[in-house]
Design a binder for this molecule. Structure first.
Ligand code: HEM
Length: 405
């Protein structure tokens, strides 16, 4: 980056790779950046911090200018792809066009709204199971609800035998708990050493006897006419697990938290299922479970009054775009379950890499809130919540709640 481009807006903006920054209401900083320096060079990263809705859409729409290959964003902010713990990750998240689309086709038809309608009864069964196992009306919602629900949905759709679901929850907790302290190189290596052979054995079974599950679909898929290698199939499964579990957990946590903080709207939501789809979109916007993603510039690009140089990393701060007052108006910070345009949020990303599990995640949370509505008239906090220390996920480690009549 050229020196004349460097801007230091305020000391507030100097902590983007520190999880404490995200615990400490980052929205004040985002609002200042949107106003004063929306394309901000964070020299300590180093990376650009992009905070405006339109700019993030522009970058996401131009993978030829901003690549996803070679870059990863995990519990610690931006890393080179090679810096990510675990085996090499040949997943679609880290591919650019035209290859990216070829790989996306593997599951493109499996997670559409029509497919999600078709599997709704499976998802509903998991929701009912998880709720039936609640220890009573007062419980810790991360451990009892938000974590097991998406992982069990994954296990059911993928075709993991019921007896192994608990193991999958554990593996998922280790590989996706961003910033939770479990992702040390040793625990990650130990987890992959169990998970990969486990999945390989399930894949081998599918080869001999195809079933009606996602693992069979991936096993039978081809890219450029060639079947995927067993390791590519394994990585598809792990991508789905990693991409779908902590993310959906965070959305569930955000939804429950919002309901405790806005009891009137929470009660309305539990009483009226018709309000739920809109409230899910509004929570995606307001809470933004995945706070940011990263790209790397493939060439020099002018954005607003800045020059992003070839090779520079950029951080797309969805959490900021989703509160951009130019897009959402002056009440952007408010959780409003009747907000009309909430669906335009960027919580699932935008364009090329738009989340493949968006419809499924929405459905899981909708069915959960409907189920809670059959059990309770309100939700309140039952203890001190503990936010997760993470640069990536907006969520809690602990969220004690009480269902009230
Ligand atoms: C509330 C829950 C979820 C949120 C907030 C979320 C968020 C995201 C975001 C922001 C991206 C874009 C990444 C980028 O642009 O680089 C993404 C991609 C992806 N998500 Fe999700 N996700 C959620 C649930 C799920 C679920 C349940 C699944 C799987 C069933 C899933 C599978 C994927 C996959 C495979 C991609 C990669 C798409 C690509 O690179 O083309 N996600 N997700």
């Amino acid at each position: 980056m050229a020196e004349e481009d460097a801007v230091t807006t305020s000391p507030l903006t100097n902590r983007f790779d520190d999880a404490s920054f995200y615990l400490d209401d980052p929205h004040r900083v985002y609002a200042a950046l949107r106003r004063e320096d929306p394309v901000h060079w964070y020299a300590d990263g180093p990376f650009w911090v992009i905070t405006k809705y339109d700019d993030i859409r522009f970058i996401s729409k131009h993978p030829e200018l901003f690549s996803s290959a070679e870059i990863a964003i995990l519990g610690d902010i931006i890393k080179d792809r090679d810096g990510v713990p675990g085996p090499p990750r040949d997943t679609i998240l880290f591919r650019d066009p035209p290859e990216h689309l070829e790989h996306r086709k593997v599951l493109n038809h499996q997670l559409t709204p029509a497919r999600v309608n078709a599997i709704e009864s499976d998802v509903q069964a998991v929701v009912a199971d998880v709720c039936a196992a609640l220890p009573g009306d007062e419980f810790e919602a991360i451990h009892c609800l938000a974590e097991p629900l998406p992982v069990n949905v994954f296990s059911r759709l993928l075709g993991v035998p019921r007896d192994d679901w608990q193991r999958v929850i554990w593996w998922s907790t280790v590989i996706t708990n961003s910033g939770g302290g479990m992702e040390t190189p040793e625990t990650m290596a130990a987890t992959y050493a169990e998970l990969i052979p486990y999945l390989e054995a399930l894949i081998a079974e599918r080869k001999d006897a195809p079933r009606d599950d996602l693992l069979t679909v991936i096993t039978q898929a081809t890219v450029h006419g060639e079947p995927l290698t067993p390791l590519e199939v394994v990585w598809w499964a792990i991508t789905l697990l990693a991409a779908g579990s902590e993310t959906t957990q965070s959305l569930i946590a955000g939804m429950l938290w919002a309901m405790t903080q806005h009891p009137d709207q929470g009660a309305e939501l539990l009483a009226d299922p018709e309000l739920v789809p809109g409230a899910v979109e509004e929570t995606l916007r307001w809470w933004t479970p995945v706070n940011s993603m990263a790209r790397r510039a493939t060439t020099d690009v002018e954005l607003r009054d800045k020059t992003i140089r070839r090779g520079d990393n950029v951080l797309l701060v969805y959490g900021s775009a989703n509160r951009d007052e130019e897009e959402w108006g002056d009440d952007a910070d408010r959780w409003d379950i009747r907000r009309e345009n909430a669906k335009g949020h960027l919580a699932f990303g935008f364009a090329e890499h738009f989340c493949m599990g968006a419809h499924l995640a929405r459905r899981e949370v909708r069915l959960l809130v409907e189920e809670l509505g059959r059990r309770a008239g309100g939700i309140e906090l039952a203890g001190e919540p503990i936010r997760r220390r993470s640069t990536l996920a907006t969520t809690f480690d602990r969220l004690p709640i009480r269902l009230v009549p």
